[in-house]
Design a protein around this ligand. Structure first.
Ligand code: NAX
Ligand code: ADP
Ligand code: K
Length: 484
């Protein structure tokens, strides 16, 4: 698991650390890390380091100081460095002096044209964790003139550090070097895209950090959490997943969710609904009946995809919520809960519920999301005493106790009709096996995204291909637990 910490937590940790080390130490460590990545990018994009040209965009604070010190280190490796000062009277004095001593050039923003045109690499030291709002006009104009790849110091300037929201001009970096740990800007929404490849450089602050504010799962975490049957197991012990999905109008949702539950490794899938024939035809291993009332015992239910939002869907959801087993409520089930909150009364308060809305369903259920997706999902999880998984390029999964898991998509190929049905089937499979619901949602989101990427191989896919690729994705995560 990799942690993500808010700027508030990072600042507090930095304060504690700064009291124990000589002034300037942390900035030099940070800048050394920036210079190392700059050299790597120069080699990659310009074929070498010595003799290449770097322009530094330098703002008013310590982020600019980092860039100036990095420039001084790059000078020692024979790089031609020009610092463009956005705010000359508030430039970091020690950093500026260090760059000048090392033979760097310094220009003001108005005369930056030639340096920017000649640069093989641009270092973004405009603003860091104290950034508020989009780039201001002077900085935005300079950034618009950049054609070389950009290396962001700590974070891409103009993005909100704690939400990843982009609300105007912002730097789009090829790579970002950040210090001590990842911050929300690197993993949430547009911020993740604007950050490019994120490199974390240790500067000591990591030792001072409390519990993370959110976590990302790695392949090895998912591989370790995904159930593997042992000699003692049989199909019932592995878990029976109930799927209450699909309808005469939408039989495909039932086929996809049932198929994903099968491929996810549940011991048995019991399907209940009016798409039983379609499910049997594609997945003969599924035990299919026409109604939830005669489905038999299950250890978890997946309910919602394609069931419709009429009376029949309502009754199915009510039955499933009162069954006393964990429930993954998706799609129409969420719309039904939004429309008729009394349905919650059917729920046994001790049974876990995982809600998996896309943005539209989330808005129906819990109101507009706003720029702070994590805060919105946390509030919804607390309000509904449920795990809430908000889908998207960044999937955010909150526990009612405030814990948050984030899954950053490898590609956008999974944004295709029926893809959500696949996700709910995978979650159901893990819930039936008894995996902790918050972790189950996180692992399913990871495997869903990986299956999409493996199936796509760079070309468009349909949701059926994602179901087919689930075993490959599971082999990949299991291999990661072996190799560490
Ligand atoms: N505190 C520490 O221990 C360390 C801090 N470091 C660096 O320090 C940075 C934080 O530095 P500061 O707190 O001095 O502040 P920043 O450098 O993030 O911001 C400086 C100033 O930029 C202006 N600004 C805010 N939003 C802007 C916008 N949208 N467009 C243009 N200008 C804007 C504000 O006047 C702000 O005070 C970190 O991101 C990191 O790069 C590193 O040197 C490592 C150690
Ligand atoms: N831009 C994107 N990049 C990566 N994955 C995405 C993106 N947009 C949506 N997804 C994923 O695709 C799936 C779509 O689910 P959903 O909207 O419920 O579709 P459907 O109802 O058609 O099954 C979700 O798992 C979501 O996280
Ligand atoms: K920056």
């Amino acid at each position: 698991m990799r942690g993500v910490w808010t700027t508030e937590a990072v600042r507090a940790a930095e304060q504690r650390l700064m009291a124990t080390v000589p002034e300037g130490t942390l900035m030099r460590r940070a800048a050394f890390g920036v210079a190392g990545q700059a050299a790597r990018l120069l080699t990659e994009h310009a074929g070498g380091v010595s003799g290449r040209r770097v322009a530094l965009l330098v703002g008013a604070g310590s982020n600019g100081g980092d860039a100036l010190w990095a420039g001084a280190f790059l000078r020692r490796r024979g790089v031609g460095v020009t610092a463009v000062l956005l705010n000359p009277e508030r430039t970091h004095a020690e950093g500026l002096a260090a760059l000048r001593r090392a033979g760097g050039r310094v220009v003001e923003a108005g005369s930056a044209g030639a340096a920017l045109t000649a640069a093989d690499l641009v270092v973004d030291g405009i603003v860091g964790l104290s950034g508020k709002g989009p780039l201001r006009p002077g900085a935005a104009e300079l950034v618009a003139a950049v054609t070389a790849p950009v290396l962001a110091v700590d974070m891409p300037s103009g993005v909100d550090p704690d939400t990843g929201a982009v609300d105007g001009p912002a730097v789009r970096a090829a790579a970002t070097v950040t210090f001590g740990c990842r911050k929300p800007v690197h993993v949430l929404g547009a911020g993740a895209v604007h950050s490019g490849t994120v490199h974390v450089v240790e500067i000591g602050v990591e030792r001072e950090l409390p519990e993370p504010d959110m976590v990302l799962l790695d392949a090895a975490d998912v591989g370790a959490a995904w159930p593997v049957p042992g000699a003692e197991d049989n199909k019932y012990r592995r878990g029976v997943t109930g799927v209450a999905a699909g309808s005469a109008t939408y039989p495909g949702a039932a086929v996809l969710a049932s198929g994903a539950a099968v491929q996810g490794g549940t011991g048995m899938v019991r399907y209940a609904g009016t798409a039983a024939d379609a499910v049997r035809a594609r997945w003969p291993e599924v035990v299919a009946t026409g109604s939830v009332t005669d489905a038999g015992r299950v250890q978890a239910w997946v309910v919602g995809p394609g069931v419709g939002t009429g009376g029949a869907g309502h009754d199915v959801l009510e039955h499933v919520l009162s069954a006393g087993v964990p429930v993954c409520a998706d799609a129409d089930a969420i719309t039904l809960l939004a429309r008729d909150p009394d349905l919650w009364d059917a729920r046994d308060p001790d049974t876990p519920v995982v809600l998996t809305p896309h943005e539209g369903e989330f808005a129906r259920l819990a109101g507009e999301i706003g720029p702070d997706r994590v805060a919105a999902v946390r509030r919804a999880a607390e309000r509904f005493r449920s795990i809430v998984l908000l889908k998207g390029h960044t999937t955010v999964i909150a526990h009612p106790d405030g814990r948050v898991l984030v899954n950053l998509a490898r590609s956008a190929w999974p944004a295709t009709a029926g893809s959500g049905d696949v996700l709910s089937g995978l979650i159901g499979s893990l819930l039936a096996a008894g995996v902790d619901p918050w972790l189950a949602a996180g692992c399913a989101a990871y495997v869903h995204d990986l299956a999409g990427d493996l199936a796509a191989e760079g070309a468009p896919i349909g949701a059926s291909a994602m179901v087919e690729a689930v075993p490959d994705a599971l082999r990949t995560v299991r291999a990661a637990t072996v190799t560490g």
